[in-house]
Design a protein around this ligand. Structure first.
Ligand code: SF4
Length: 249
């Protein structure tokens, strides 16, 4: 593998696959490719692993078109064609649905993400894909944990391996150990075509998340390794030292 950034990312993805049992022999894995830096990174890392991993698995990409005509999938499709990666485009008309159904106090991008997930689940189960791979990276895991802790009074994050509420679809997040800086570097060095949403809600993905991001960046300067410590704390949960329901444990 010539690209040293991809080599590092692939090593971390391989470790996550082993630690959390994300991929098994014969799996059919669908990568949700939004056209952003993170989903491109995930797709390339899984493809690199597919070529050398001892387990065999199928891989394809799927993109949910959000609706606006400015969202042009062609650069993405051209690239995938050149790389020989199978790809499907699903038309979601997400922005129209959001405009018509958004309720006060709901973040449009969170709503959008639930809609996308529903479309992906239906497609994956109807076409026999076992797992949907999402491009959430290490910083997303940490930020989500802190967002819930600070603003929702709950200790809740993301998991790298989730059985969806429908009991059928499985979601995997193999970038759990990969930092956002790495996905940014990967996208820059490989010049993959980055697609924006071209929607009026762009930039509304959350001022709270941005606030957390800035605090974490500052903390990392003062306490090097703090992000890694927070991530690994999610595997070392001491229930006896949290508030119980009243019974001694
Ligand atoms: S900006 Fe938000 S609401 Fe609009 S398409 Fe993107 S994720 Fe969906």
């Amino acid at each position: 593998m010539k690209n040293p950034i991809l080599r590092n990312i692939t090593r971390l993805v391989g470790r996550a696959i082993g630690d959390f049992g994300l991929i098994q022999e014969g799996d059919r894995i669908l990568v949700a490719l939004s056209g952003g830096k993170d989903s491109w990174t995930l797709l390339y890392a899984l493809r690199a692993l597919q070529r050398k991993a001892p387990v065999r698995f199928d891989l394809a990409a799927v993109t949910v078109h959000p609706g606006p005509k400015e969202f042009d999938c062609r650069p993405l499709e051209d690239r995938l064609l050149r790389e020989g990666i199978p790809h499907t485009r699903l038309n979601g008309n997400l922005v129209k649905i959001i405009n018509e159904n958004l309720t006060e106090g709901t973040n449009p991008c969170s709503f959008c993400s639930r809609l996308r997930r529903g479309i992906l689940y239906s497609y994956a189960s109807s076409e026999g894909w076992h797992k949907i791979a999402l491009g959430h990276h290490r910083d997303d895991f940490i930020e989500t944990l802190l967002l819930n802790l600070f603003f929702n009074a709950s200790i809740k994050g993301m998991t790298p391996h989730l059985l969806a509420d429908d009991g059928k679809n499985r979601v995997i997040r193999p970038l759990v150990y990969v930092s956002e800086d790495m996905t940014r570097s990967f996208a820059r060095t490989t010049e993959v075509p980055i697609l924006g949403c071209f929607c009026s809600y762009q930039g509304m993905s959350g001022t709270r998340r941005q606030w957390i991001k800035e605090r974490l960046a500052q903390m990392e300067k003062e306490i090097p390794g703090v992000k890694s410590s927070i991530l690994h704390s999610m595997r070392r949960i001491h229930h006896r030292h949290l508030l119980s329901d009243g019974r001694a444990i």
